[in-house]
Design a protein around this ligand. Structure first.
Ligand code: XLS
Ligand code: NI
Ligand code: NI
Length: 435
């Protein structure tokens, strides 16, 4: 059914950089070829159901500010209305993907059996709205952090009954993701961590989380899900400490439980900042280990110190992120999910459209800057030059020898290295030519 929510806002079109129409794309031109692929296929944008439709505009000091026709979100009729309006927005924006948590789609019924039946019902309904031209599911996931049952964690809960509820919930979400042709399945462990070490058995919780993830991987093969399983690192919030702290911690965790070939990472800009890293650091590190899966694109407020999930608006930051995505070969099953929410004063339907339009344009500009840097090859040339001595036979031979032999060599040849400039400012100036 067609609703009145977007009240005559027409589909957003690409009108070029000179356009002053606030609801037009100035850079996002889906058919433009960027490094051999259509821009749409490089960026693979997704709308996040939770921020755009489920979040009601609350903050720690106040309740909802948004008044939407699908509020309160406590029955299936309004869940279907929410889905109708979501698809209207996908059409207006022309986005190729969307993402959800189970709890964004259906009201929480308070028990697993009814949650399962309402999830199946709403995902059947969403499936009936999908066709070959409509947006596809980039990823599904389970919300195992909002309801009070999850307060001490899901797979890391000291209570085995919560582990059981979590296992059944993830199974239901993987089934729904598979049914809708999802390309990835995400696990973000918001409460997989602790509030205080005084009551926490670290090794038990980590082992249970490792075992849980192995079951997820096993189940993927059982149902023939060909998508990618992704873990999303975040250092804290809502927990004081989260086990999937950052990319490096996740890689260590996956290796410990033998899952490094099975699971990749979904990297979020705001989470990188919370962990004290840059977004490109996290992307580059995951890529260097072959574990870059997908990205959640948002930005944090650099002053407030929590996950503010704002829509991106900083071209240089985004450009460096895509530089590393493209350099690693681009997305395969992953994409760019706008895990970003409106500010709570942006209460109009048009704000929701404008936020995505601006974000898609920023990403398109960043992507094109990244393409230009790759085509120009300046950064790659610098890397080649800086590490070229490591291709010399004597350097390679050293890697296969020992501390004693190397010491011998240093004495014999009187090795006494002269430091060489890292040229950081020259490289920063170089990047600024493109952004
Ligand atoms: C929260 C996370 C969450 C995940 C999906 O900070 O970013 O939104 O992306 O559970
Ligand atoms: Ni987040
Ligand atoms: Ni996220």
């Amino acid at each position: 059914m067609t609703t009145e929510f977007f009240n005559g806002i027409s589909p957003v079109e690409y009108k070029g950089a000179e356009s002053s129409d606030p609801l037009s794309y100035r850079y996002y031109n889906p058919d433009e070829i960027v490094l051999g692929k259509r821009m749409e296929e490089q960026l693979r944008f997704a709308v996040a159901w939770w921020h755009s439709f489920a979040w009601e505009g609350g903050d720690p000091f106040g309740g909802s500010t948004f008044v939407r026709p699908w509020h309160p979100q406590d029955n299936m009729e309004r869940a279907r209305l929410k889905a109708d309006i979501a698809f209207e927005m996908f059409d207006i924006l022309g986005v190729p993907f969307f993402c959800w948590h189970d709890a964004d789609l259906r009201p929480d019924q308070g028990n697993f059996k009814e949650n399962l039946s309402t999830l199946n019902e709403i995902t059947d309904y969403i499936g009936s709205k999908m066709n070959s031209d409509s947006p596809k599911l980039l990823w599904g996931t389970a919300n195992m952090f909002s309801h009070r049952r999850w307060m001490a964690g899901a797979s890391t809960n000291p209570d085995p009954d919560v582990f059981a509820f979590a296992a059944a919930t993830v199974k239901s979400c993987m089934d729904a993701t598979h049914k809708l042709g999802g390309q990835n399945y995400v696990l973000w462990g918001g409460r997989e961590g602790y509030e205080t070490l005084l009551n926490t058995n670290l090794s038990k919780e980590l082992d249970n989380m490792g075992r849980f993830l192995s079951m997820v991987v096993d189940y993927k093969y059982k149902i023939g899900f060909t998508g990618t399983i992704l873990v999303e690192p975040k250092p804290q919030e809502p927990s004081k400490h989260q086990y999937d702290f950052d990319v490096a911690t996740c890689i260590g965790f996956l290796r410990k439980y033998g899952l490094e070939k099975e699971v990749k990472l979904n990297i979020e800009q705001g989470h990188a900042i919370l962990a004290g890293h840059s977004f490109e650091h996290e992307i580059a590190l995951a890529a260097s280990e072959g574990m870059l899966g997908s990205i959640d694109m948002n930005r944090n407020d650099y002053q407030s110190g929590w996950d503010t999930d704002q829509f991106p608006n900083n071209v240089p930051e985004v450009a460096l992120a895509y530089y590393h995505v493209l350099r690693s070969g681009g997305f395969s099953t992953g994409g760019t999910n706008f895990d970003a929410k409106l500010r709570r004063q942006s209460i109009d339907a048009v704000d929701l459209i404008a936020a995505h339009v601006g974000a898609m344009d920023i990403c398109a500009r960043g992507l094109k800057a990244a393409e230009a840097m790759i085509n120009d090859g300046g950064l790659e040339a610098k890397l080649q030059e800086r590490y070229q001595d490591w291709s010399k036979p004597e350097a390679l031979k050293m890697l296969g020898s020992s501390l004693e032999d190397i010491t011998q060599l240093v004495l014999e040849k009187n090795i006494n290295p002269e430091p060489r400039s890292g040229n950081q400012e020259i490289l920063e100036n170089y990047v600024n030519r493109f952004v």
